[in-house]
Design a protein around this ligand. Structure first.
Ligand code: PAF
Length: 294
């Protein structure tokens, strides 16, 4: 595995791979790699000849009072994991390499609508930071395929829309969330949890699952389901940020045209913000009949 910290030698290496006829899959990450990231890498390996992973803790997607400085960094361990997974190229740029003129002078990419709800409301500017850095990374790496986790379902939807809207020549592939045995979605931020909080954390996924089951059973009072779920999270010790039942395609309210429901939640346990989601496909005829009839 070769590691590059600057663009010019990276692009020369990628040029050689392409000239040799190799297709390139890209997995952008912020490091502190866990099994969830490694599953993205495994998917990438299935899809293309060569895999490029980036590790870059992107300051542009952190708000002024968020955990940029505390965000876990473990470059040496990450490199070993990627090497063992057969990754050919690691790109680990500095902040200066990505934002040579500073962040305020940086042209930004904004995805309207999808980016203005849920985490977009509670973390203003976050998704602009994500889409800006992902666009830059796509332009640097020029992958055939890029792989993202479904745990960040809103991020995945936004990246898909950005790629469509800006005609970026890359195929976006989503990979199912990797969970611990008790259902907690793997996240680099889980390491912030105390033992007691770690014990409580799976309640987030349990609550999402209960809500999905209720909808699958025909319960169609979504406001009531959302408020019941928020109450359950509060009682468990979370500070819920949002718990929302949405159309999985638009991330807006569910309508008659909804083909798949996404139930998305963000909640704090102490100072750790956890997010998760589950989805439910609706059978166009029978499910809507069932939901509409109550
Ligand atoms: O999901 C992440 O780790 C980040 O948001 C990403 C896509 C690497 C952009 O910094």
């Amino acid at each position: 595995m070769r590691t590059y910290t600057s663009n010019t030698p990276l692009q020369a290496a990628l040029h050689n791979l392409r000239r040799g006829g190799q297709s390139i899959a890209f997995v952008p990450t912020m490091g502190s790699l866990h099994e969830g990231h490694l599953n993205l890498v495994r998917k990438a390996r299935q899809l293309c000849d060569a895999v490029v992973v980036s590790i870059f803790v992107n300051p542009l997607q952190f708000g002024p009072h968020e955990d940029l400085d505390a965000y876990p960094r473990s470059m040496a361990a990450d490199k070993q994991k990627l090497f063992r997974e057969g990754v050919q190229i690691l790109y680990a740029p500095t902040v200066e390499e990505i934002y040579p003129e500073g962040m305020t002078a940086q042209t930004q990419v904004h995805v309207p609508d999808l980016g203005d709800t849920l985490c977009g409301t509670s973390r203003p500017g976050h998704f602009d930071g994500v889409t800006t850095v992902v666009s830059k990374l796509f332009n640097i790496v020029q992958p055939d395929v890029a792989v993202f986790g479904e745990k960040d379902f809103q991020q995945l939807s936004i990246v898909r829309k950005m790629v469509r809207d800006l005609c970026m020549p890359v195929k976006i592939v989503g990979v199912a969330t990797t969970r611990d045995e008790d259902g907690l979605a793997m996240s680099s931020r889980n390491g912030y949890l105390s033992l007691q909080q770690r014990h409580i954390a799976p309640v987030l996924h349990d609550t999402l699952n209960s809500c999905r089951e209720a909808i699958a059973c025909g319960f169609d009072n979504f406001l009531q389901l959302e408020s019941h779920a928020r109450m359950k999270l509060l009682q468990a010790g979370f500070q819920p940020d949002y718990f929302a039942i949405r159309d999985a395609r638009t991330l807006r309210s569910v309508t008659e045209d909804t083909e798949e429901i996404a139930i998305l939640a963000a909640a704090r346990l102490g100072s750790t913000r956890l997010i998760d989601n589950v989805r439910l496909a609706l059978n166009p005829v029978s499910d809507w009949g069932m939901l509409a009839d109550g």
